[in-house]
Design a protein around this ligand. Sequence first.
Ligand code: PCP
Length: 379
Amino acid sequence: MFDIVPESAIVEGRATDAYFLRTEEALEHAGRNPTVVAEVTADQFPTGEFELFAGVADAARLFEGLDVDVDAIPEGTLFDGGPVMRIEGPYLEFCRMETSLLGFLSHPSALATAALEARRAALETSLLSFGARHVHPSSAGMVDRSALLAGFDGFSHVAAGDMLEREPSGTMPHALMVCFGPGNQEDAWRAFDEAVDEDVPRIALCDTYDDEVDEALRAAELGFDSVRLDTTGSRRGDFRHIIREVRWELDVEGHEDVDIFVSGGITPEAIRELDDVADGFGVGSFITNADPVDFALDIVEIEGDPAAKRGKLSGVKEVYRTPDGGHHIALADEPGPEDGDPLMEPLVRDGEIVAEFDLNEAIQQAAADARRVGFGSES
Ligand code: PCP
């Protein structure tokens, strides 16, 4: 019914570029199936720009039942150059999986990295992922999982909630306000309050028809816990001033406990600028507009000998986190840096997934590693 590649095609390796199937034909024709080691790498050497590794569980499932061993840095680890994953086995075992493998890693890692930039801009403030509307609906769970991995507090998408076994968050859309019409905001807010489950936070959208201060005071008078300001760009002017004014007037009227949530084009810069006057942010396009990480899969060893195409580094490698928060790349059979922690861990052995995937652990790992490498601390 929709333009969606079925899961069965991914598992069977048909979610691939045609040239991999031609490669299989050519190798089979020639009777060649070398045992290789291939590595997934974005940058060969550190660039000074860390990224957050995500999508590992989906990637691991590609190798179930194949005669391969796979190692990877754990989900939630930051990386800056060098391999994030290593596959060892007869090349024909995994040749056709490359396209899906890179896709499973590239997009979530990019979104998680962008979300981490937002998270590091405001460590304590509530952040919700609002980006599902910008992507194919079949990817919404991946978007919101990536945001959670980076330390977001929640997300808005219902089916993502089903997938992640977490309750979606959210407020109300302008459509609800418009359905009641100008001057009738109280009717819309009251209908919401009377209809929705009492566990749902009472957050009134306060920018639809009238001044934000006016609508916020009216919503507070009705008993709403919070207001959301999503002032459209063309009317925004000095958004920080608008938020401060709303805060001031709410306080003057005795509504000090009414929180202010802000959304619409929110970036890390905006979060830093507004963090002291807003109680929470909804972030969408900043996450979903992130360019996919430019991962590639390259053979680095063939039948036990180092190999590489031009521009890539031959030999099986290990990556290390050094005590100063650095990312160090070395040949795997050579000693690593002093006190460096090797980051690669077994993911698949003989076609069986041996790693465990726990999103909460990965969230903790991402936060700890971000602190360790100083991610976002320059800004
Ligand atoms: C908010 C905002 C963006 C949505 C969230 C995603 O929507 O206007 O369109 O944020 P982003 O700008 O960071 O991607 P609502 O106010 O809920 O949208 P609507 O006007 O459709 O009710």
